[in-house]
Design a protein around this ligand. Structure first.
Ligand code: ZN
Length: 420
């Protein structure tokens, strides 16, 4: 195979985030963004093989050595600010229908039970998703994926969980595998809610463990497994059995925990060595301390807290004690119907008192860590994938306005992604 060498030149400012990666995205300071003026990146077959200033580049003989015949492609970024591509590490992108009506009902003060009785709630999305054909589902999910790309997302996690039965879940996971654009991490979330055809959660859990998980693993339809741990949903005893079953099949896992109450999900996720624990709104002091000393990333999802008029997770305590945190939209039709990274970042800054550097780190190195991809993406360093975003203005304007982000171009593994 012929190797492909690319020179990305004319970078006004390059935020490599090498300092953030070195600190494992903990205790991030502005200097950890590792900003280089007038920079150059060399990319071979999708990976960075050299990163530095133009002065260093001109003084080195690297290009002569690697490209004696001058065959490398030179791409000018026109003085743009460049930073690592964003990693969206918690979304529910594959679903059919919407819950716009339910949103109005909630504002009118209707209860969860009244909404469910009127045909709303998660089961309405399950009905619509089951009814949709593969092509219909793929087409809506692809449109949403393109919305993420236009905001600079180069790695996108998406969960199943609106099919619940075997056929529906396999369809959702196959759609995730068929999406184009960003690198997609597919997560099996059958344990999102009880499938309506089962009498109780235990029966449904056994079905997933015996009938679905082995098939998902065998057909390599998911990269990891997730479970919703909460009062009235799956409890920690069920989650322990389930996550151990996933582990036995070699699948990494994550969990939705402590969104509405402290139900012990965070402690379990930490004990079992989950890649991440997500939501964490009602995380206990003990769990915060344990998370800080662990390799598990805490994924903060402030947009869903905003939509639900909840309190926000203890981001400052987590960060100050040394936890690695990530941010994500939690995009889903019910509790967080937004795909805006800008909105999430603004909420993180206003409501969770995170600094801009902390937000950028959480959306790159931190989120890559949550997906087990910290050695691959999240910072722009030698050996890592050439995933980056070129901005129109300064990086200081990121996560400041809510709305159109000033993204000029987006590259995944050194290839420009179409801004559909
Ligand atoms: Zn979620």
């Amino acid at each position: 195979m012929q190797t492909q060498l690319k020179i990305f030149a004319d970078i006004g400012e390059l935020l490599t985030l090498a300092g953030v990666a070195k600190k494992d995205a903990r205790h991030v300071r502005e200097e950890d963004l590792s900003i280089l003026p007038d920079a150059v990146m060399l990319c071979r077959d999708g990976r960075l093989i050299w990163v530095g200033t133009r002065r260093e580049f001109d003084a080195s003989d690297i290009l002569k050595r690697l490209d004696p015949r001058g065959a490398a492609e030179r791409i000018s970024l026109g003085g743009a600010t460049v930073l690592p591509g964003f990693v969206e590490c918690h979304t529910h992108t594959v679903f059919a229908g919407d819950r716009a009506e339910e949103f109005e009902w909630r504002q009118q003060g209707k209860s969860y039970q009244e909404i469910a009785a009127a045909g709303g709630g998660i089961l309405s999305t399950v009905r619509a998703t089951r009814q949709a054909s593969f092509d219909e589902l793929k087409s809506v999910a692809q449109r949403r994926t393109d919305v993420f790309v236009r905001q600079g997302v180069t790695t996108l996690e998406t969960k199943s969980g609106y099919g619940l039965d075997l056929e529906g879940e396999l369809k959702c996971l196959r759609v995730a595998r068929a999406l184009t654009g960003p690198r997609v991490v597919s997560t099996y979330l059958g344990a999102h809610a009880k499938a309506p055809e089962f009498d109780d959660l235990t029966a449904y859990l056994n079905f997933m463990i015996h009938d679905v998980l082995p098939r998902v693993a065998r057909e390599k339809l998911a990269d990891r497994v997730d479970i919703y741990i909460e009062k009235g949903f799956f409890d920690t005893d069920m989650a322990r059995v389930y996550l151990n079953a996933a582990r036995a099949l070699g699948l990494p896992f994550t969990a939705h925990v402590e969104q509405f109450s402290d139900s012990g999900g965070a402690a379990l996720a930490l004990e079992l060595g989950a890649r991440s624990l997500d939501h964490a709104v009602f995380m206990s002091e003990t769990a915060i301390d344990r998370a800080a000393g662990s390799a598990t990333t805490v994924v903060l999802l402030p947009a869903s807290d905003f939509y639900l008029k909840m309190r926000y997770p203890p981001a400052r305590a987590l960060i100050d004690r040394g936890a690695r945190v990530a941010l994500s939209t939690d995009f889903n039709p019910g509790t967080s119907p937004t795909q805006s990274l800008g909105f999430v970042g603004v909420l993180a800054r206003i409501e969770m008192k995170m600094s801009l550097s902390e937000v950028i780190a959480a959306y790159t190195v931190g989120a890559a860590g949550a997906l087990g991809l910290a050695t691959e993406t999240g910072s722009l360093e030698m050996g890592k994938l050439c995933d980056f975003v070129a901005l129109d203005g300064s990086w200081r304007e990121l996560f400041y306005t809510v709305g159109a982000p000033s993204i000029k171009s987006v590259y995944k593994s050194g290839e420009a992604l179409p801004m559909n």
